[in-house]
Design a protein around this ligand. Sequence first.
Ligand SMILES: *Cc1c(COP(=O)(O)O)cnc(C)c1O
Length: 369
Amino acid sequence: MRTWAEIDLDNLAYNIKKIKELSHNRDIMAIIKADAYGMGAVPIAKELSEQGVKIFGISSLEEGIELRNFGIKEEILILAGTFNEELEIAEKYNLQVTLTDTSQIEYILEKKMSLCVHIKVDTGMGRVGFTIEEAKEAIKKCQNIGIEVRGIYSHLSVADESDKESIDYTKKQLDKFKEFENIKNIKYIHILNSGGIINFSEITQSNLVRSGVIMYGVYGEGIIKDLKRVFTLKSRVLFLKELKEDIDISYGRLGKGHRGDLIATVTVGYADGFRRELSNGGTVDIFGKPCEIVGKICMDMLMVKIPNDIRGKVKIGDEVVVMGEDIFEKSKIVGSSIYELFTGLSRRVSRVYLKNGKPHIVNNLIGKV
Ligand SMILES: *Cc1c(COP(=O)(O)O)cnc(C)c1O
């Protein structure tokens, strides 16, 4: 294997139990959109359903169908809205949908569908959803004409930020959502995402949390001490050279190698999702030592300088930790978020799932091995 994401299912199982505690024992909707943030939706869903998760959140119809095709029987909600022409397929696959405007209710009625819906209310995200008043009307309308409203929900935009302005904003969102605290005949009332679970789980106006990125043991500020890290991106040393003279390294000649340097070529590149902003100055770890990337990251490879204290040890084939505990620092260098680094991992990166500390399933381009 050249480059792989190691995904520790034992740590995932540990985290989901902890998140249940952090959420004051509420039910958990596990958010596994975008291929479970790049970790692989099907194996992640299977592990989570073994751990007792009863409902999943995804973004698109196809993501839901994939889970059904691979035998996931739990409730599934499409979070990111649905076009009218997708509703019949959602019904066929027993996927719950998010309603964001009234015309959808008429469409469902007209087509006599029996769909299970969640009403989305916009309390301050400014993305999709009804206003509070519209949402109340929509709920009434659905209930009058026999559409089952399984959930009412909203989304927080700054729950993971700790400055006073953000905290006040989140509190305002939560206050608006209080309207629905005592609503009758709706099973799920939900607003807390990862940031909300960490910072606002004392609220009363919800009975279900939507747990996303924290399932993988990371969060806005990096690692959460109560949780265990699930994900590590790994690669290997392909080639080694001790420089006989000063040379320029990689495209654009940005990297400068000096006589005597030991330079290793590693089999990971930007086409794997390892961001090019980490060129010349970012690091990867070999034998636990940060090794500086020299020159531009190529599509499939990158070069690093081996520090003196491990010079005698490194050989071809050795494992390289490309991204792990340092994913937060790396996201800062890239000028992005950990979410974007996770979801940017490409299809050719193998996914290796560990269970009881050992590789359990390996998914790669040519299927399962
Ligand atoms: C992505 C998403 C989540 C999960 O977000 P995290 O920050 O990863 O917890 C929750 N709810 C909705 C509506 C989302 O789109």
